[in-house]
Design a protein around this ligand. Structure first.
Ligand code: PMP
Length: 368
C-alpha cells in the first residue's frame, strides 16, 4: 500500500498467474501450455523478422496476422482484431462493450470459470452476477436467458474443461441478439474439442459470426499454437465490433503486437497441418490420462480442453497438490468454494503424463 495509490489501485485484487518456476526442474502441468514445440515455420519467421526493421514501429493494423487469420477461418480481415494475448483482447472487449457504473445491468458469467473475468469487470467498474454451474459442473445456457448487461464465458469452460454444444451457443447468441446484448465467447481451448474429439465435441462458433452481430469470439495462440511466450490473441466478429476494439486499443497503445510476434503469429496461423497433428496427440493423451485417473478412483470431469479437472479419493486438493509438488510435478489448485478438492492438470507429453500417473499411483496407494 502506498499513499500515492489512487482509489482505483487500492481497490483492485489482481489476477494471480500460475507459477513459472525458475529454480527447480518441474514437470510443468500448471498453466495449460502446449507440450510440443511451435511450428518450425514460426521460428523461421521470427528469425527473419529479427533484423534491421526492428528500428521501425510495427504495423499498428497487424495486417499480415489479420490476413492470415481471415484466410484460415474464412472471414474478412476486417472481422479480425489482434492483441497482446487473449487476455488483452478480453480486457479491451470488456471496456468496449459492457456498460459500467452502478446503474448498468450486470453482466453474467459462471461462478466457476476463468478467474480474470471478475477482475476485468472490477477494473472497468462493470457490475456482474455469477450464475452457478450445475451439480455436474456444466453451464446451463437457459440460465443466461434473462435480462442482463451481456454474457461472457469460455467454450469449453475453464477450469472444468466441459464444453457446450454449438447449437446451445447459437441459441444463446440469438436470445442475446434480440436483447441487443453482447456475447463474448472465449474459445481459448476450442482446438482441443474439435471434430476429432468424438466423445465430447466442442465446435467453434466462428462460421456464424455473420449471423450474430453481437457475438465476439476470442482466441489465443498460447495453447493450441504452442506460443504462450509470444503473447498473441485475436478476436473474430462483426466488423463494427472489431472497430470498437480498435477504438479502445488506440486510446491505450497502438502497437500492442511487436514485429516478432506479428511474424511468428502469422506463420503459426498459416500452418494448420502442423498444429492439427500435435493437438491430435494432446487429445489422445488426454483421453488416456482420464481413463487412467478414473482407474485410480479419481473423479475426472469430461474435458474438451488440453487439461483435466480431477478430484482424488481420500485426500484434499491442497494436500494432493503439495504431494505432487514435492515430487516435482506442478499442477494448479484453486482454493475456492466447490472446487477446492479438485486439481487442474494440463496435458503434457506422453512421457510427462506417464510420470504424473506413476506419481499419482504412489501417492494414492500410500507408497509415496
Ligand atoms: N481465456 C481462458 C479461458 C484462459 O484459460 C486463458 C489462459 N490463462 C486466457 C483466456 C488467456 O490466454 P492468453 O492471454 O495467453 O492468450
Amino acid at each position: 500500500m502506498s499513499i500515492y495509490w489512487n482509489d482505483r489501485t487500492k481497490s483492485l485484487s489482481p489476477y494471480i498467474p500460475g507459477e513459472q518456476p525458475r529454480d527447480r526442474q518441474f514437470i510443468k502441468l500448471n498453466t495449460n501450455e502446449n507440450p510440443y514445440p511451435p511450428s518450425p515455420k514460426v521460428i523461421e519467421a521470427i528469425q527473419k523478422a529479427a533484423g534491421d526493421p526492428l528500428r521501425l514501429y510495427p504495423d499498428p493494423a497487424c495486417t499480415v496476422l489479420r490476413e492470415a487469420v481471415a484466410a484460415r477461418y474464412g472471414v474478412k480481415p476486417e472481422q479480425v482484431f489482434a492483441g497482446n494475448g487473449s487476455d488483452e483482447v478480453l480486457a479491451f472487449a470488456f471496456a468496449a462493450f459492457f456498460a459500467s457504473g452502478r446503474a448498468a445491468a450486470p453482466i453474467l458469467f459462471p461462478d466457476i470459470t476463468y478467474s480474470f473475468y471478475p477482475i476485468y469487470a472490477d477494473l472497468w467498474d462493470i457490475p456482474y452476477r455469477v450464475i452457478p454451474l450445475g451439480a455436474d459442473f456444466s453451464i446451463n445456457p437457459a440460465e443466461y436467458k434473462i435480462p442482463s448487461g451481456g454474457v461472457v464465458f469460455p467454450n469449453p469452460n475453464a477450469p472444468t474443461g466441459i464444453p457446450l454444444s454449438l447449437a446451445d451457443i447459437l441459441l444463446l447468441a440469438e436470445y442475446l441478439e434480440k436483447q441487443k446484448r453482447i456475447f463474448i465467447l472465449d474459445e481459448a481451448y476450442i482446438a482441443f474439442g474439435a471434430h476429432y474429439a468424438t466423445k465430447f465435441p466442442a465446435q467453434t462458433a466462428v462460421p456464424h459470426i455473420e449471423k450474430y452481430p453481437n457475438l465476439l469470439t476470442v482466441h489465443t495462440l498460447s495453447k493450441s499454437a504452442s506460443l504462450a511466450g509470444l503473447r498473441v490473441g485475436f478476436a473474430i466478429g462483426y466488423e463494427e465490433l472489431i472497430e470498437g476494439l480498435c477504438r479502445i486499443r488506440d486510446s491505450f497503445n497502438s502497437y500492442t503486437l511487436d514485429r516478432l510476434a506479428l511474424a511468428g503469429a502469422a506463420a503459426a496461423v498459416s500452418d494448420a497441418a502442423y498444429y492439427d497433428e500435435i493437438n491430435r496427440r494432446v487429445i489422445a493423451t488426454r483421453e488416456r490420462v482420464i481413463e487412467s485417473l478414473r482407474g485410480l478412483g479419481c473423479t475426472v470431469l469430461p474435458s474438451a480442453a488440453n487439461f483435466v479437472f480431477v478430484k482424488a479419493p481420500g485426500t484434499t486438493g491442497a494436500v494432493f497438490f503439495a504431494a505432487l509438488r514435492e515430487r516435482g510435478i506442478l499442477v494448479r489448485h484453486f482454493n475456492r468454494e466447490r472446487i477446492s478438492d479438485f486439481l487442474r492438470v494440463s496435458i503434457g507429453t506422453d512421457e510427462e503424463m506417464d510420470a504424473f500417473l506413476k506419481t499419482c499411483t504412489e501417492i494414492l496407494r500410500g507408497k509415496g
